[in-house]
Design a protein. Sequence first.
Lengths: 256, 326
Amino acid sequence: MKILVAIKQVPARDSQLRVDAGGKWIQESDLSFEINEPDAYALEEALQLKDKHGGEVVALCAGPARATSTIREALAKGADRAIHIEEEDLSSIDALGVARLLAKAVEAERPDLILTGLQSDDQGFGQTGVIVAELLGLPHGTIVMAAEVKDGEIRVKRELENGWFQHVTMPLPAVLTIQSGINKLRYATLMGIKKAKTKEIKRVTVADLAVASSPVVQTGKVYLPQRTKKTELFEGDPKEAAAKLVERLKFEVRVI
Amino acid sequence: MNGVLVLMEQTGSSWHRMSWETLAAGQQLGADLNLPVWAAVAGNGLDALGAELATRKLDRVYLVEHGLLESYTPDGFTAAYEQLIRKLEPSVVLLPHTYQVRDFAPKLATRFGRLLISDAISYRNDGDGLTFVRQLFQGKLNSDVKSVGGGITFASLQAGAYRAEALQAGSSEAEVFAPELNAGQIREAPEAPFRESARAVDLTTAEIIVSVGRGIKEQENISIVQELADAMHGELAASRPICDNGWLPMERQVGSSGQTVSPKLYLAVGISGAIQHQVGMKGAKTVVAINKDPNAPIFEIADYGIVGDLFEVVPALTEAVNKARG
């Protein structure tokens, strides 16, 4: 089985974010980057399906040159090869445009299954997988918490709201968007890291893919949200802050 | 290009409550743009729901009915709504940002060469088109987003972004719209929804909840939060990543995919407060947040907060609580 997994590199979770001078994106120069968390679970799911059914896992990533570190990590964990759509300013292309690029790159590979995380931690449109499925004319399942391949079909467990789930079966090839927590992530082994250095990363540019696309949404300014609630903040020495908070909990909230 | 279409969501016999919030936003948008407002719902046997919908101030209600829409499938719902939209040619299509909408609406917008502006928290009319506000980085930043290039604007609205109480009553006509569908075009075979085994922990009745998030870093560290929960005489809960890692059982998870709680006190330790978490605990009477990042979204809904290192603050707080109890 050939499985393609689309991954994205995003700023590390605990980053202190600052809006850049242009006011339309964040200052990236002083940030560290990592794989988008739901994509890490999608990669793991791809690797586990390969462990079970054999075949090949191809990592697909659109992003600037720095994304190479995330691609190498995917290769170190066990992906067989990678395709890097290299684009320095990905945030200037809207989610439909990015999905068109990904779909074009996928088309040539003809995988049996395409996996990706259900949303990105940066822009959070939560749509790339579904749009890619539509562009390729494939069925899809979203917010997937389990996947089982059998006889040319895939049966997935979809998460619904409030603790409900549902099984859905669809024919392959198909696209799944993976929810965090579907599996237990593996670490790259030393051997894996060593091997990754010899694995192929095919680099393509936006121009190579020749996808005609004009933007359909435009991002204006990016800014800190306005606080709607007045929060009483206690700062400084932890012991003093704790004492002040306990006073409020005792005399105002009355829970102690 | 002539109206605002709100796509409502039903679950067999009842409405998804977020539909009403979106309908209220649709009424407001229609008034702002001086456009008619239509509501549509897809399914099979929608008479009762349609009659209820027709008691709101709307220009028309469309019941998109077909035997193949009895169970939700992305192929079926997308094809059905696509036909309705081609007929009505609305300028704006609004949807509630539910799990079901996340599943089909990006596909629907793509059919029209458009991109769904997903999970928007508000809109404004600047005169030169609608601007929607979206959250980035799990709520740490906001951004203004606009549809460009002509064509329909598709947008889904976050839970709680608009208030259902603002809905205006009225009366309108419900019309059946029968889409052309055949079984062959629906590739997904859904089974009946189910719940995992009964929950052993019921957080919904807890008066005091002490909840732990990603900031705790390691499973072993959870004990300091457990100690605080014990001192507070409260239940221990967690945000999703903690349960994903298997550090605490799923049944202790608060948020859109876990339990929805409304305790007297919700104390969030090392939880940044992404919307998926907030929807599960916004109903708490008092919210306290402990986080090292002063810009963490949790502080936006917190009554009290301590900005600091939880590994110093939590033990200090446990000690202070014990001392206060004497």
